[in-house]
Design a protein around this ligand. Structure first.
Ligand code: GN1
Ligand code: MG
Length: 364
């Protein structure tokens, strides 16, 4: 699709105008652009096209983001020593918090956070600890934001029962004749389904409480400054009520994997225990006092649970013919699935150690 980025940016209430832009290619869902105004006293902006086939209620989504960023900004203003920052939504000239273009496509703009970087693979335990602290802080600062005001931007996002139903449908439909290529992966799923369904059962019974969670806590959604201090949490599309297990688990899936999410050489995939331990200590620093027994007891397991649910989604999308996640080559979703499932095996082998680290960090 041909897009006139400069024109789109001109609808927002910015300082200066877009002189130059570059595309960022990391996300699997939305499209993102760095906007350079070439103004010496401004770091520029970050423009995003919002994928409305996935986010069905963009207005609700943007209202969520404004509620969350507004709440965080006032908390951070009261607690300057936290040394943390929050995304700033730039409204349109008509006052709306998004721009709807003549093709009915939705756009939003943030202030660009300059001199910051993220990690796909975490390099050392200091970074892991900082990252854990940041996501824990994010959740604890949102604890008093009324959940009733937030919409579910993707209903049943981490509902494994629903994800299993979709997966089973995709297997029986076999739309693009790929079931024959994934018998080992289907077997892998079958073997673990009952154990994984213990989490939705605990959510249903109320033993695992709902809190306001981020729900897409990929480690690269944490921005760090040049001295590797965690600065800001980004990618707020799925901030809504969820279990803390979703947030902890997805960071471990991404941050404590020794390889990338789509590594083709599976021998490189493993759980990095020192990184896991450091992240756990950081995360629990700001959250341990709020956790229930069921949350503590399932925290280590949540890493397997989230890796399972996202592996299952990659596999489902592969069977559907790659309609959800952006892919770069034909079996990209299958490669991603295999990495997730290999990582689960590595975590199964280290389950006791992973649990023991949680218990130690709780006592700290
Ligand atoms: C998607 O687009 P991105 O990278 O922020 C997905 C997450 C998955 C992730 C897997 C809304 O996130 O749930 O964990 O890909 N986001 C949505 O890499 O489905
Ligand atoms: Mg995301």
């Amino acid at each position: 699709m041909e897009r006139n980025i400069k024109k789109i940016v001109s609808h927002f209430n910015i300082k200066g105008e877009c002189q130059e832009f570059t595309k960022n290619t990391t996300g699997h869902i939305n499209d993102s652009y760095y906007i350079n105004t070439k103004s010496p006293d401004h770091p520029g902006y970050f423009l995003q096209w919002i994928n409305k086939s996935i986010f069905r209620d963009v207005e609700g989504l943007m209202n969520n983001i404004c509620a969350v960023t507004g709440h965080l900004a006032s908390k951070l203003a009261e607690n300057k020593d936290l040394d943390f920052t929050v995304l700033e939504v730039i409204p349109c000239k008509d006052g709306k918090n998004f721009y709807l273009d003549p093709d009915n496509e939705y756009w939003r703009l943030y202030t660009f956070i300059g001199n910051a970087h993220g990690y796909n693979v975490v390099e050392n335990t200091k970074i892991a600890y900082e990252g854990g602290k940041a996501f824990g802080l994010f959740m604890s600062l949102l604890a008093d934001l009324p959940a009733a005001g937030l919409t579910d931007t993707i209903p049943d996002f981490h509902n494994l029962e629903k994800r299993m139903e979709a997966f089973n449908r995709s297997v029986s439909d076999d739309k693009v004749n790929r079931v024959k290529d994934v018998s080992a992966e289907i077997e892998f799923v079958k073997k673990r389904t009952a154990q994984m369904l213990t989490i939705p059962a605990l959510i249903k019974s109320g033993e695992l409480p709902l809190r306001i969670t981020h729900n897409d806590t990929k480690f690269n959604n944490i921005l760090f400054d040049s001295s590797d201090h965690a600065l800001c949490i980004v990618d707020l599309d799925t901030v809504m009520p969820g279990s803390i297990l979703f947030d902890f688990g997805d960071s471990i899936r991404t941050g404590a994997n020794t390889a990338n999410e789509d590594e083709k050489d599976l021998s490189k995939v493993d759980i990095n225990l020192p990184i896991y331990e450091a992240y756990t200590r950081g995360f629990l620093k700001n959250t341990r006092s709020a956790l229930t027994e069921a949350e503590i007891n399932n925290l280590a397991f949540s890493a397997r649970f989230m890796t399972f649910i996202i592996g299952l989604r990659f596999l489902t999308d592969f069977l559907d013919g790659d309609t959800y996640f952006r892919t770069s080559y034909p079996d990209h979703n299958l490669v991603r699935t295999k990495v997730q499932f290999r990582l689960i095996e590595a975590m199964e082998q280290n389950a006791e150690k992973m649990n023991a680290f949680v218990m130690q960090a709780i006592e700290e």
